[in-house]
Design a protein around this ligand. Structure first.
Ligand code: HEM
Length: 303
């Protein structure tokens, strides 16, 4: 089974993230069919990458045999030990267009909204752009620890022998930065928040690595093994209001949920220092089915 290629399409400068909610009484299967029916130019025009995902419970209804067991939406806010809250804003459909420039993202975004209009409503939209290649708006390189493109498929895609094969679980969250507070810190203190150096993204080691750094709190270890995910974070916003669109993929939802819990200090550890300078505004999980799984829902061309 083949994972959606847009997951691995690094390097685009312009991004549109669109979250849709089924119309009241709307038919889940009709939505999946409408998405599967997105035809050229949505899926073939050179240089436009597409990732689509569905509320896990919706995919479960539409394709029970092809749904990974136990995967759920972001159905309740995640509340940390001290009350720090990550909101739940789960929608039914996630569509991500990425391209070299925003014109195609815009045109396809409009065309998709029009095509899905009778079935689903666009309820949340985020425009993203790349900042100094792979930096986020803290100025730090984002993605250093990512698996490379040879390793990523094994981490991102559900194995061929399991339900949901070739699919992936996506965590999508919008995080607003408190840039004034973060940049008021000297560089060395910023580095302790992240857990890496700023110019060259070298991981702090030993006593230099704080227990509450972002790297410390997002390292998930079980039985001595470290669990990776594949992050495609994208900056968003303008001079006065901006932040990070967190885009994380994994074959295993649990490790992403653990990362969030650790960030919020729910494991008994300290709260992630980065959460003192960033605020989550949204949060949703989506199941991103394999290309073949989605293609099964297309209307035959001569219908
Ligand atoms: C405001 C939001 C966020 C920002 C600005 C941010 C930024 C960063 C930066 C700069 C790094 C270090 C470089 C790297 O390895 O990529 C990093 C590492 C990482 N982040 Fe985030 N991140 C954010 C949210 C999250 C969330 C919500 C998760 C998990 C659900 C997460 C998971 C990770 C992981 C797994 C690493 C690698 C840790 C390691 O080195 O083992 N991040 N992030």
């Amino acid at each position: 089974m083949t994972g959606q290629t847009g997951i691995f399409a690094l390097g685009d400068a312009a991004h549109g993230f669109f979250e849709y909610t089924l119309q009241p009484g709307g038919d889940a299967k009709a939505l999946v069919r409408a998405v599967a029916d997105l035809r050229p130019p949505h899926t073939t025009v050179g240089g436009v990458n597409l990732v689509v995902g569905f509320r896990p419970e919706l995919w479960q209804r539409v394709d029970p045999a092809g749904a990974p067991p136990g995967v759920t939406g972001f159905n309740a806010p995640l509340v940390g030990a001290d009350g720090y809250t990550m909101p739940a804003t789960q929608a039914d459909l996630f569509v991500w267009f990425a391209a070299a420039a925003y014109d195609m993202v815009f045109d396809l975004g409009v065309a998709t909204r029009d095509a899905l209009g009778p079935i689903a409503t666009l309820t949340r939209e985020c425009t993203g752009w790349s900042y100094h290649h792979s930096r986020d708006l803290t100025g730090f390189e984002d993605g250093t620890k990512n698996p490379n493109l040879y390793q990523a498929p094994a981490i991102v895609l559900i194995g061929d022998d399991a339900p949901g094969a070739g699919g992936s679980v996506l965590l999508f969250q919008q995080w607003r930065h408190d840039a004034d507070a973060f940049f008021a810190l000297p560089d060395a203190a910023q580095e302790r928040v992240i857990g890496r150096t700023k110019p060259d993204s070298i991981e702090l080691t030993g006593a230099a690595m704080p227990a509450d750094s972002h790297v410390s709190r997002t390292t998930v270890v079980r039985d001595g093994r470290e669990f990776d995910i594949f992050r495609r974070n994208v900056p968003y916003g303008d001079v006065s209001d901006h932040g990070t669109l967190f885009v994380g993929f994994s074959a295993d939802q649990l490790r992403m949920q653990r990362m969030l819990e650790q960030m919020a200090g729910l494991d008994g550890g300290p709260r992630d220092a980065l959460t003192r300078y960033t605020t989550p505004l949204s949060g949703a999980y989506y199941f991103v089915p394999a290309i073949e799984a989605l293609a099964r829902f297309t209307t035959p061309e001569d219908d």
